[in-house]
Design a protein around this ligand. Sequence first.
Ligand SMILES: Cc1cc2nc3c(=O)[nH]c(=O)nc-3n(C[C@H](O)[C@H](O)[C@H](O)COP(=O)(O)O)c2cc1C
Length: 656
Amino acid sequence: MAMMAITTKSSMRVNADRTKLAQRLTERGTNVGVIKKNYLSHAHHAETWTAFKPETWQFVEIKTQRVASAPHPHRPTLAIGMDKQGGNPLLALRLSRYCRSLILKADSQSELTAKIRWSRHGALTEAVLLSLSSALGRLGEPWLALEHEGQFALIPGGLGGANGNDTAHCGSRSRIAAYLPALPLENLGDPDFRRDHGLRFAYVAGAMANGIASVELVEAMARAGMLGFFGSAGLELERIESAIDRLTTGLAGLPFGFNLIHSPNEPDREAATVDLYLRRGIRLVEAAAYLRLTLPVVRYRVTGIARDPAGRVVTPNRIVAKVSRLEVATHFASPPPEELLNELVHSRAITAEQALLAAQIPMAQDITAEADSAGHTDNRPLVTLLPTLLALRGRLQAKFTFDQTLRVGAAGGLSTPSALAAAFTMGAAYVVTGSVNQACVESGSCDAVRRLLAQAEQADTAMAPAADMFEMGVKVQVLKRGTMFAMRAAKLYELYRTHSSLEGLAAADRAVLEKQFFRASLEAAWQSTRAYFQERDPREVERAERDPKHKMALVFRSYLGLSSRWANAGDPTRVLDYQVWCGPAMGAFNEWARGTGLEQPENRHAAHVALSLLHGAAVQLRAQALRTQGVPWPGGLARCPVLSVEDMKKLLQNDE
Ligand SMILES: Cc1cc2nc3c(=O)[nH]c(=O)nc-3n(C[C@H](O)[C@H](O)[C@H](O)COP(=O)(O)O)c2cc1C
């Protein structure tokens, strides 16, 4: 839509050149022009305006009962009216009474304007729905919804200097029913979160183990003004360090972070990962899977804590803590525990002064409320978890009065515009996605898995025993469709629960495991498991040789571990054993992407997916804003279109 300004020297000339103006408007593809007849009239009530309708080559009279009530010489004046013949809404804007210029606001997309009309009752046609979502999707433009005798029309335009209350009374039979200001994508989420992390958009791609959240994914996010966390879990330290090398050199100055996963079975690994991050200057981690705070995570947070010249407590290392339980959130949203700080002072990791300063900061300024998600999950609904953690945030912020004000983000099930819109509306400072990113070309997974993910529907996930906390009965959410992993892993856990050793298994069960699961004898499976742990943690081997139940656990866990590797590597002989972490978000995304450019997995690029989701969320929010101002949407809300690649490029080129 173009705002068309036609300036003339005097009102006389306007009247004389009216036809010429009309022709010029038509030539420029402008369908409706509005010319104020009584140009210098002092009567600001019941004015008469003249509009030109090129379809009929006629001028039509429009009546407004009131313009802005207190026109100021230099303040814009808005007039709105209905074309009495066609019922079309028309809008005119005059910038200044005394500048002797006539400003015409003409709708160059009058096709669109003409289509965007609907009545209070009666369903919206597909064409109107499409036009509506396209109009609402022009996020940089304000819109007005006009009502005239139960008929609604959406027209481009803002309120300018006229205030909404004044214009709302214009015309006895027509009124401005709703006003939609521009809604740049940058406005979604908490501006402090964006500023503190150097982001343009409050959108985060969560870590995905084994490098599934790859360097390519993290780079794609950073270059699009978003944040990605590298998936360090399950990787050897050398691989994590080579990711650090690449991201620190390739993304100099752009934001990125690494995952710090709690490993109850391998506490030394957690400590070694923190050593690596501190040594290599990694300043931001996504801490996840914690049940309580550990020494390494506290050490990461408080290392380097100091006062700046202004006397404020500053911390070089920041944590985004992903939690699904209130008690864990409480630990992260509070200062580090005294006993762990004392231990750090004792080991000279920090000084006593630093321990005192640490009492003034939260362990994590950003807490992600992770609802029903891929992988480790408590399967909580976001609509209950997020408000609970927001309330906790309020209580703890009031209690500790942190300078680093606590913020809460949302994760789990976020894969559609409506879901993102809901999360932002509920107060999420930022959104975190996972499942949808694994299905993108940048992920460290393989094409075979991406194809499986692209077919997933809402109910195609299942909970299955987790490799890392197998003995504790902890489960992870995985893809069910196209693989038998969930069933096979459940069988292993059942056998583990009801038997005390591999030797005690029934012959039939042993035969199934050897033929289908391990494709080797259980003795051979133990030998390769033993060799693996001998290298990684020999204490596990010693324990297994003393405890047959533990030996059984290690063998079964080896199948669970290998099943993830087969999936990532795309081993064609092991498709039925693929372990693919996936939440219901995947099915919801596929449903939204159906029939669009994002339907095919080879077209799914993480930044395009992210921007389409954010853009769609903004459209949803504008649609809801219409509804909450009393403008009805018979037949439901418009489906949010996927952002075209061209529009996405334009959006990324236009910095804030
Ligand atoms: C394949 C996969 C692996 C994941 N691995 C990790 C991980 O190692 N560490 C972590 O903090 N979160 C991990 N997650 C969780 C994501 O970071 C994110 O929080 C979650 O997927 C969001 O929920 P959603 O899947 O419903 O979008 C993983 C998710 C997926 C899909």
